[in-house]
Structure formats: structure tokens, C-alpha cells
Ligand binder design. Structure first.
Ligand SMILES: [Zn+2]
Length: 280
């Protein structure tokens, strides 16, 4: 069985968690650290003959066409993470249309085919931003991975089906492939990536992916290039934000390598193509 692996391609200073420290207008001035993480990720995938989906910010694709092409040349999928990491609730429906168009243009200018998949900034596809599915269908997207079926103050759709499902929207349907969760005491707990992946023991992540595999369900995992860069500059953010951002950064790469040794990972597109709902 193949599981889906993804990376949200953004700089450490574009993370929602550190918004209070890096303002949008500062982005051009902060030195890029993207290559450190991308080199680590692409090297690990090559060593283990694995493939992944890279959800690029349009802002990055415009500046780093070389990275988009490097992902494509490595046999990976390039998809959309929106233009500049805005939350869906802040964009609104019309804003999302523009944001997607701008990102599609940036990816296409960098040599990528039209993106088939989308992940919203910070999993902000919630019940109150459900209209995003209508916009995605309208623009021809085949799948989305922006729903996090957990309880969280900023995001989450707690009652959402944790596996792959087909969502009905105004102009048709679209596949939703939420990041993996761990069913525990009647709730879905987060484990599929980011801070949770770094905080929880690696053995637990491997057990969770193994558990899904035994039930015949592919897992979807997500990480970011900055999580592979333990030497990134420290910033004076509040303690909780700093902890969430920095916990176990040195463990991300060895943990990913152990997962790649034990399980088969591929792009979202290819994992979804195997799913019975793929043609729905
Ligand atoms: Zn992101």
C-alpha cells in the first residue's frame, strides 16, 4: 500500500504561528532558508526512492522556479498552497478566486502543469469556509487536503470523515484527503505532521501509519522545509509559539527516513488514483 506524503513549501518566516513577529511587508527582506530544508527533503526522497506532493506558495513559485522544476524533475507532484499563506476566512470567496489564479499563473510560469490539488494555509477549510470547495471545483481542482478532522481553536472539522471522501460542491464533486489522525477514545487526535509529528514519539507515528495500513487506508502526512532546518534563526516570539515552532527540529529528518524505510510513500495524485472514489 502507498501512503501520501506532502510538503508545504513556505519559508520559516511565513508560518501562521510566527505572524506576530514577521510582517508580510518584511518577507522580501528576510534571508531565505528554503534550500536547507528542500535539499534535506529531496535527498531523503531520492535515497528511499519515494515521491511526494509539494504544495507551493505562489509567492515562492514566482521567486524560485528552479525549485518547482527540481521537484518535477524528481518525479514529484507540484500543487497549490495559495499565493501568500492567507487564511480562507480572511480571503473570502472572491479573494480565493484571485489567490488561486495568481498561484496557478506562478506555477505555470515556473514550468508546472495546472495544479490538481490544493491545501489551504493552516488548514483553514472549516464549516464556515465550506464555500472554498465550490471555488476549487469551479477552477478544475481534483482534490483538496485542507480539512483537519480534529478540534483546534484555529482550524478543524471535528465530525469530518478521517479517510478519503468525495465532497459535493455547487458545480460538482471533489476528493478530500485529510491529513492522518489517530482515533483515540472516540476522538481524532492530530498526528499527521508538523508540530505533532515532531512532538510525538516517532514510534507512535509509525504505529499509527501501520494501523491505517492494516485497515486498508492510506495515510496522508505533511511537513514543511523549515522543519528540516534546526539552525534557522531564533526569533523572540512568545514562548508557546516558539516551542511549537522549534520542538525536536533535529529529529524531523531521521524520523522521516525511518518512515520512508518502513512504508511506501507517493504523491497525493497517485495515491488518490488507486482509490475507488477516484472517478466518481
Ligand atoms: Zn503553510
Amino acid at each position: 500500500m502507498r501512503h501520501a506524503l506532502s510538503f508545504d513549501v513556505e519559508e520559516y518566516f511565513q508560518v501562521a504561528n510566527l505572524r506576530g513577529h514577521f510582517r508580510r511587508e518584511d518577507w522580501e527582506r528576510v534571508p531565505s532558508r528554503l534550500d536547507v530544508g528542500m535539499d534535506a527533503i529531496l535527498g531523503a526522497l531520492e535515497r528511499h526512492e519515494a515521491h511526494a506532493t509539494f504544495f507551493f506558495l505562489g509567492w515562492i513559485a514566482e521567486r524560485r522556479a528552479d525549485l518547482v522544476r527540481r521537484c518535477l524533475d524528481g518525479g514529484h507532484e507540484v500543487a497549490s498552497h495559495g499565493y501568500e499563506h492567507a487564511f480562507l476566512g480572511d480571503l473570502g470567496r472572491e479573494g480565493l478566486v484571485e489567490d488561486l489564479a495568481r498561484t496557478e499563473a506562478a506555477l505555470e510560469a515556473a514550468g508546472a502543469p495546472a495544479p490538481r490539488g490544493f491545501r489551504a494555509s493552516t488548514f483553514t477549510l472549516r464549516r464556515d469556509t465550506w464555500w472554498a470547495f465550490d471555488v476549487l471545483v469551479e477552477r478544475g481542482y481534483r482534490y483538496d487536503s485542507s480539512v483537519h478532522p480534529i478540534r483546534h481553536p484555529l482550524y478543524g472539522v471535528p465530525g469530518f470523515e478521517p479517510g478519503i471522501s468525495r465532497v459535493s460542491a455547487a458545480g460538482g464533486t471533489i476528493l478530500e484527503f485529510p491529513v492522518a489522525t489517530w482515533p483515540c477514545a472516540g476522538r481524532n487526535l492530530p498526528m499527521g505532521g508538523g508540530g505533532y509529528f515532531r512532538l510525538l514519539p516517532g514510534a507512535l507515528t509509525r504505529a499509527a501509519v501501520g494501523g491505517l495500513e492494516r485497515r486498508g487506508r492510506p495515510a496522508a502526512l505533511y511537513l514543511h522545509p523549515w522543519e528540516f532546518d534546526p539552525d534557522q534563526p531564533r526569533c523572540p516570539a512568545p514562548l508557546v509559539a516558539r516551542f511549537r515552532h522549534r520542538v525536536n527540529l533535529r529529529r524531523t529528518l531521521p524520523r522521516l527516513e525511518r518512515l520512508l524505510q518502513r512504508f511506501r510513500f507517493d504523491t497525493y495524485e497517485r495515491v488518490l488514483a488507486d482509490h475507488p472514489d477516484a472517478d466518481g
